[in-house]
Write a protein that binds this ligand. Sequence first.
Ligand code: A2P
Length: 332
Amino acid sequence: MKIGIVGATGAVGQELLRVLERRNFPLTELRLYASARSAGRRVTFRGKEHVVEALPEGPLPVDVVLASAGGSLSKQYAPVWAKQSIVIDNSSAWRYEDWVPLVVPEVNAHAVRGHKNLIANPNCTTAILLMGLYPLHKAFKAKRVIVSTYQSSSGAGASGMEELLEGTRAWLEERPVVNRTFAHPLPFNVIPHIDSFQDNGYTKEEMKVLWETQKIMGDYGVKVSCTAVRVPTLRVHSEAVTVEFERPVTPEAAREVLAQAPGVELVDDPANRRYPLPLSATGKFDVEVGRLRKSLVFDNGLDFFVAGDQLLKGAALNAVQIAELLLEPVAG
Ligand code: A2P
């Protein structure tokens, strides 16, 4: 399989390279694309130097395009690339089209079948939520879900991480803290504003969690309300989740389900201070799930906490897992 990465110099693009290496992905050729600014940059992959190319106008000479260079670029170019390649798009540009599969392999790998050369990678917060929620949904059927997020700076790409680091230095040195990527200075702050505000008062990031949870789980009856908050961490999105289920549930039964769930690491031993944390989930393929307890609000309810590396399960890892599904004859 010849692979092309569009946005190869970005935060997700860099992770895509590492994930392809870590998973020993059977690629025969790798082409790296970014803006003209980055053309000529050298990147080492599997011990060999690769040169970053300026993204050309037309189709790309690869079997699979892993695109992570923003929504407007994908909106414009994904149909062009899809003439000749299968496109796995990390942006939100195509996710809500009925004909575009939106895939978390642990949840709906089957949706890849019948793709029309364009497959969407979900929103990072949703992918991480579903790693904990979907196994419990299968076992106990979720009715209502309330999520509050703690999203890291890298959700806004490499510039978000840089703004947090530089802003922290500036704060400590008592210089002015400049914010360009975030709506407010992020160091020593939390910002309940990610993406644009909608007419209903929710942000688009919050609505994505509803729209994408329903589409990926294939259940449009489940209700989801989200408050999305940016916090001053570098990587990993954490989420506090409350779920009301149709069927009776106990924390013990939920733990048993999660202990078997692929891609989940159950980290739930509060007496020994073991629970999901951004620092322990950084760089990990598995999403940490813990703090399971019976809800004090809903009869068949559970509260829990998840932490997942959103550059990995929320982006690069999930995209590579989708590419791996394409290697399987049944999904091709
Ligand atoms: P570049 O580094 O040359 O600007 P991030 O999400 O971390 O901000 O990364 C965005 C990625 O998308 C980078 O690799 C960036 O390349 C790439 N990119 C941005 N605009 C374009 C464009 N017009 N054509 C090709 N790649 C682009």
